[in-house]
Design a binder for this molecule. Sequence first.
Ligand code: C2E
Ligand code: MG
Ligand code: MG
Ligand code: MG
Length: 278
Amino acid sequence: KVKESGKNDCLLYSESWSNSSLERLTLQHEMYRAIQRSEFILHYQPQYDLDSCRMVGVEALVRWNHPLKGIIFPGSFIPLAEESGMIVQIGDWVLEEACRQNKAWQDAGLPPIPVSVNLSIRQFVQNDLATKVSAVLDKTGLDAKYLDLEITESMTMDVGHVSRCILALTELGVGISVDDFGTGYSSFHYLKNFPIDRLKIDRSFVRDIQQDPSDAEIVAAIIAMAHNLNIQVIAEGVETEGQMEFLRKHNCDEMQGYYWSPPVSSDNIEQLLSPSHI
Ligand code: C2E
Ligand code: MG
Ligand code: MG
Ligand code: MG
């Protein structure tokens, strides 16, 4: 169990700064240069099997290591990156870096686990997403079964197009997860129309699982329904032992959250994966 390792990555960023349009422009300009200057970094949050408590995967989460402002969290720049379209370039970098790192862990002899990468719906708008993913797998040498792509729903998406994209991706052999399940407008639409491997129960449902009877019912029902559809379930934002026990009792497959570990550096993951740690 990792306790403090995520702490020193946490420089909070001022809210007021993101509101002024001049500063938004500045930020957008800086974001363009940040890719060339390699200012983005990935942290990884472990995902655990609820029965064995073994680490069975990691989620790659991007951070911007700004030269003057310090570490900026995705909540403070992803929205602007989405708006400006920069998310496509950032997303390309994230995908390749996560695959490269995962292959490097495997080459170092660590037990192979999948890495999850968050995709923006913007990345689906491009026609060549599956081609791009396939090229990255070739370039990095990572086997497709060790890559999982997390998608969130968006009101503006073209369901037919996204559905064809997802099909092409699954044909490559990568896994597909629905992120933040339950928070959007059409979560069930996803399950019905797309070949989904896994859903991630949003942490807003997990938080009050023990106090709020309706949250408890909803989570239990999501797990049961997903299993009937042959879909694996991971719970996000697990912070307490009580939440973990509830999820275990209801046969949730995996969990991710501060209870076990915050997102940590790749070096930390290497330690967690190494046999001496287990
Ligand atoms: P997400 O994909 O749902 O990722 C989970 C977020 O919840 C992460 O925040 C993680 O640090 C946080 N978290 C994990 N466990 C706990 C917990 O127990 N309690 C609480 N309160 N929070 C927990 P983070 O890293 O700040 O990322 C926020 C969001 O930014 C992500 O939500 C994802 O939507 C987006 N994001 C991050 N990296 C990327 C990326 O490379 N591409 C895209 N398109 N979006 C990204
Ligand atoms: Mg995610
Ligand atoms: Mg999520
Ligand atoms: Mg979330």
